[in-house]
Structure formats: C-alpha cells, structure tokens
Write a protein that binds this ligand. Sequence first.
Ligand code: A3P
Length: 266
Amino acid sequence: MKLSPIFVGGAGRSGTTLLRVILDAHPSIACGPELKITPALCQLWLNLQTAFLPALEAYGAGAEDVNDAVAGMLGRFLGPYLSRSQKSRIAEKSPNNVFFFEHLHLIFPESPLVHVIRDGRDVVCSLLTMNWVDPTTGAPIDYTRDVQKAAEYWVKAVRAGRTAEKNVEGRCFELRYERLVADPEPTLRALFTFLDEPWDARVLRYHEDKHRNLAGESSATQVSKPIYAAASGRWSRDLTAAQKAIVKDVAGPLLIELGYATDLDW
Ligand code: A3P
C-alpha cells in the first residue's frame, strides 16, 4: 500500500520539532524523529526523472516507475515505524523537506505539506547557538556559524516553501510559529482541519508523553515543556547592531513581505 505521509519542513529553528511532537500527540498521527533522508531521495528522484530516464526507458521503465520506486523506498523506511505506532497516518519532519516540497508533491500527490515559518531574525539568533554538522561529511554547517549565511539560509528556505505553496494545488499549509505560540488552539485547529483530522485536545498536552524518543533532537529540552512564547522576538535582545544590519540587508524585504516588520527601521 502506498503511503501518503504528511511532510513538515521549514528553516531549521522555526519550531519544527515542536510541531513534530504536537502531531505525534494526535491519536491518528505518528511523527518520529527526523528521518533526514527525504532531501537525498528527492535528489535521486530528480536525477532518475531527468538525466537517467533514457537509460531506464531502454529497460522499459518510465516516469511512473521512478515515482513508485522512490515512494516505495521512503514507504519502506517509514512503514515499520507507522505499524509499531498502531496509528493510521505518518508524518515526516525534516526542516530541509521545505526545499523539496514540489518534488514531494509529484511523488506523493495526496500528501499534505506543512511549511513552518518563524521571524527570520529569531531564526538567525537560534541558528547561531547550534553546532550542527553535515551528517555525510561531518563538516560544520556554515549557516550556524555566520550571521550572513544564517540569514541567507532563512531567506532561501522560506522562498522555497512559498514558491512551492503556489504550485501544489492547495496541498500546503503555512504555519506561523508566532501564531502557534501566542494562540495555540485556534492555530492548531486550523491545521488539523487542513489535515482532515478531528480536533483532539491531547495535542496540546504533547509534553506529558514521557516515552517519546527525543534522543539526538536539538530541541529535546524545549519540546518537553508546554508551549511558551518567550522565544518570540528574542532578536531584539540577542542581535547586536552590526548583526541587525546584516540581517536587514539580507532578509529585510522578506521580513516585510511576511508582515514581521513594517519597514527597515529596527
Ligand atoms: P529558540 O532556539 O529560539 O529557543 P526547531 O525545532 O525547528 O529547530 O526550532 C527550535 C525552536 O523551537 C527553539 O527556538 C525553541 O524555543 C522553539 N520551541 C521548542 N519547543 C517549544 C515550546 N514548547 N514552546 C515554544 N517554542 C518552542
């Protein structure tokens, strides 16, 4: 049976892990730790659909076979987790899924996509406290080490998600972190309506599940707490004037477009 996972993405440090535990607290949805491989599989899918398609066609395989093979591979990895959870649906949250929403939509046309967006100034502050490394090379990830790169990463991720939103025929829900933490229930009710799931108040008590495996997740401590709003707007305390100038230069127009700022006077 072909799965139609719910895919969650967004710039890292936008509250994606908080959403993962909230989804996992719903009685119908299993959402485990980041699988991380979705972007790599999408890249493989793209190569098979383009450069390697003629070679596959010589074997009688076509575009549909590529879709089925890649969907099957992801299903093979997600399926056992779903079975163990005894729930009916699975969600996969890896921040960089956001760069592949359009590909995912072509591979899994029924899959809902959720784009988590947070004020880029707060995302930059948060990224700079991370010590992430590329899992394939062990090399430090540059956008956790440099303000300009962090701001560029945020712009790239948000633009990718917003472009996809226009091209996936109503399959993408944009979830604002600030709304989620300021007004959790209405924000989540809208999300679960989009996911075609009934409202269940247990999603707000995600932190009561002491058996959820959070090992290795950067936000494990934070997502073990009830929703708090204290991390919203941290940039006004945490960014230096020099850092603000860089963020403004790189991300100012997008912050205005998203309604996080009205001008560049901050
Ligand atoms: P800060 O580092 O600014 O505190 P992600 O999981 O996408 O990497 O996002 C991490 C951010 O989500 C963190 O930002 C963290 O505060 C926020 N977050 C995690 N759990 C939260 C909770 N219970 N309430 C509000 N925000 C939370």
